[in-house]
Design a protein around this ligand. Structure first.
Ligand SMILES: Nc1nc2c(ncn2[C@@H]2O[C@H](COP(=O)(O)OP(=O)(O)OP(=O)(O)O)[C@@H](O)[C@H]2O)c(=O)[nH]1
Ligand SMILES: [Mg+2]
Length: 351
């Protein structure tokens, strides 16, 4: 597994990724995922060639039909002539590409299409790093010319929500009778959803799920009004009413998540869903509020990277001083607040 850092330089590697060589792409993904030496140089070399892909996050409870739907979306984007990358993320699984995840992907009919690149990601112990890994893998696909990149996550917990923040548009899938509606409010998914898909509309209860969602969106709107618009979020919950599938969800500068009913197994509702997603993309790209959201997320990424880099630098530079401080706090010779202040001061003084 451990490949030496020697070999092709970042420029060569980047050139092969840009040329769309599948092996080079897979290798680059492994490098960034494992944070191998040279991965940052590679990402830097790829950066000027990124920013073209549309990133779609797909989330929802296990079994909602995400993979089946993504499979249908891939086919539609391919029919439009777009190349599609898929990153399947399972925060609950320590295995990458194992049987469990393989079973969850269900996109096998696209595996022979070289316009489709599917990659799975699992935690493998590096908790918290999954959204960064997902973001970097998405960038590699972006640089390699995949115009649409789908990030599918399992579940609607905090980890998944964080991962959806790496996307431009977030599609939240629900299925009737799974108690998803209640879960959604808990996990704060209303704030993350740009488009809702109520799947398994061939089953009883889909209309009820749609009504529940409409109600929650309306309630969110009231809450938003009550807490005033001063929070700086371009949140869609402030918009007026919900649109019918296919209509734009943009009301002026605001965005209301459209709700689209579908039957993923039969491909029903996919066209409406694509229209809703296109509408959201147009909102992100065409309105000041949409662009502000994009900028905000870029800001989050830089802050996250800065936090990580600062911690690394501080731990490296402070060395024994950090260990001593910990011992002193443990011996109650100093309180942790004063100890932290002293460490920050010491780190600053070294610069
Ligand atoms: N009746 C019905 N079944 C569906 C529909 N869409 C998907 N299914 C079935 O639901 C099951 C789960 O579908 P998946 O696409 O694997 O769901 P998923 O959300 O990706 O599941 P995880 O990856 O395990 O979270 C499969 O047996 C699908 O065939 C639908 O519209 N109607
Ligand atoms: Mg799945």
């Amino acid at each position: 597994m451990n490949e030496p850092a020697a070999g092709p330089n970042a420029g060569d590697r980047a050139a092969r990724v840009l040329a769309g060589e599948p092996r080079a792409i897979a290798r680059a993904m492994r490098m960034v995922d494992d944070r191998m030496p040279g991965h940052l140089e590679l990402l830097k070399a790829l950066w000027p060639h990124t920013g073209k892909a549309w990133v779609l996050g797909v989330t929802g409870n296990p079994g909602a039909g995400k993979s089946t739907l993504v499979d249908g979306l891939i086919a539609s984007y391919r029919a439009r002539g777009q190349r599609v990358g898929v990153v399947a993320v399972d925060p609950t699984s320590p295995y990458t590409g194992g049987a469990i995840l393989g079973d969850r992907i269900r996109m096998s009919r696209h595996t022979t299409d070289d316009g489709v690149f599917i990659r799975s990601l699992a935690t493998r112990g590096h908790l918290g790093g999954l959204s960064r890994s997902a973001r970097d893998v998405v960038r590699i696909l972006d640089a390699a010319g995949y115009g649409v990149v789908v990030v599918e996550t399992v579940g609607v917990g905090q980890d998944e929500l964080e991962i959806t923040r790496t996307a431009h548009s977030t599609l939240v899938m629900m299925a009737p009778g799974m108690g998803d509606e209640v879960q959604a409010t808990k996990a704060g998914i209303l704030e993350s959803a740009d488009v809702f898909a109520v799947n398994k509309a061939d089953r009883d209860g889909a209309d009820g799920t749609v009504r529940d969602l409409e109600l929650m969106i309306a309630l969110g709107r009231e809450t938003f009004r009550a807490s005033s618009a001063a929070r700086g979020h371009a949140t869609h919950t402030a918009a007026d009413g919900h649109r019918k599938p296919g209509e734009s969800g943009a009301a002026g500068e605001r965005w209301t998540p459209p709700i689209v009913k579908c039957v993923a197994t039969r491909g029903e509702g996919i066209a409406e869903l694509l229209a809703a997603l296109d509408g959201h993309r147009a909102w992100i790209e065409g309105t000041a509020a949409g662009r502000a959201r994009r900028a905000q997320r870029m800001g989050e990424e830089v802050r996250e990277a800065l936090r990580e880099a600062l911690i690394e630098a501080a731990v490296h530079d402070l060395g024994d001083q950090l260990d001593e401080a910990v011992q002193n706090v443990d011996a109650r010779a100093v309180d942790p607040y004063t100890a932290t202040e002293a460490l920050v001061a010491a780190f600053r003084a070294r610069r």
